[in-house]
Design a protein around this ligand. Structure first.
Ligand code: PMP
Length: 318
């Protein structure tokens, strides 16, 4: 029965699970995609923003008049704008000025204040400016998704949703890593639900293999691969890290669009590329694999993802 939702927040989660039956015709198991792009602002970050705001309201850190400040150019900006502005909060987003004008315009249209920092200073510069800005307001709440433990915790729900839909039959979950919140929350809970049986696979950019001890480098897998290991990434829940190149992600996405019609963004493409590698291994024959699709490619217009576009920010993270 269709129900009438009372707020956008109520529409977060319970995202669809899609069987990708065409992209890997030779795989005799099942490749599934968890469609987090179905969340109301268009990404899985809605879960994180909702959890962080609700907890801050509950413990009194966030109350009428408190200003919310976050350094981000990524999906959490849209999630925070969707949830915080209608609740009456002033939201300040700090981001490098290389962010395409449409993103800035849209976030301003949603009621957020957008403050720009020099692109040459990267996300670290945006972070430093956000910290400096806290002095300008009497009451400030900083969600800080790269260190807030509610980020991974918010993703535990995904594990429950997957486990329920799969009725306990799931061999591996594949997740692109940005803050690491998704892989940590989903992985930890799937391990708990399965008695450790589900294999947890993290995906990182081949050109910036920081999770496996390599050097940070320039890559186009927007939304993942920050140049450091975030506090919200728990390596102990990860069984394996697979590195995916920009080119492999591009190629996989074109196959995904043309075989399945699923308009995943870059990080979902990287997760599918890694899942296809698992599908080719004998130990996953006949098994069920799931890749997380965090958002849609429409959010990457003029962002420098495709090979023929100029790369906007030299080190891309959130
Ligand atoms: N995909 C996209 C599109 C993202 O914006 C992010 C967040 N940076 C991720 C994947 C990675 O998720 P997480 O931050 O939970 O590691």
């Amino acid at each position: 029965m269709m129900r009438i939702a009372q707020s956008m927040a109520e529409l977060i989660g319970q995202t669809p699970l899609l069987r990708l039956g065409r992209i890997a015709p030779h795989f005799d198991g099942e490749l599934l995609a968890k469609l987090e792009l179905w969340n109301p602002s268009g990404s899985e970050k809605d879960r994180v923003a909702q959890a962080m705001l609700a907890a801050a309201e509950a413990d009194g850190t966030l109350r009428p008049g408190t200003v919310i400040i976050e350094a981000t150019s990524g999906n959490i900006a849209f999630s925070l704008a969707m949830l915080a502005v209608p609740r009456g909060y002033h939201l300040v987003l700090v981001m490098p000025e290389a962010v395409p004008p449409w993103r800035v315009q849209l976030l301003r249209a949603m009621g957020a204040e957008v403050v720009m920092t020099p692109t040459s200073l990267g996300m670290a510069g945006a972070q430093a400016h956000a910290t400096a800005l806290t002095q300008s307001y009497p009451s400030v709440f900083r969600p800080e998704q790269f260190s807030n433990p509610l980020n991974p915790a918010a993703h535990e729900r995904i594990a429950h949703e997957l486990w329920e839909a799969c009725e306990g039959r799931l061999a591996a979950v594949v997740v692109g890593v940005g803050t690491g919140g998704t892989v940590t929350g989903v992985g930890r809970h799937l391990k708990a639900l399965s008695g450790g049986a589900v294999r947890v696979v993290a995906v990182e950019p081949a050109a910036s293999p920081v999770l496996t001890g390599g050097e940070a480098g320039v890559h186009r897998l927007l939304g993942m691969g920050p140049p450091f290991i975030p506090a919200t990434y728990d390596a102990t829940v990860v069984d394996e890290v697979i590195a995916i190149s920009d080119g492999s992600c591009h190629d996989t996405l074109l196959r995904l669009y043309r075989t399945e019609g699923l308009l995943s963004g870059p990080t979902g493409g990287a997760a599918i590329a890694a899942a296809l590698q698992l599908a080719a291994r004998p130990d996953f024959a006949g098994q069920r694999l799931v890749a997380i699709i965090p958002d849609s490619m429409e959010r990457y217009t003029a962002m420098g993802f495709w090979r023929d576009e100029p790369l906007l920010m030299p080190t891309v993270s959130e």
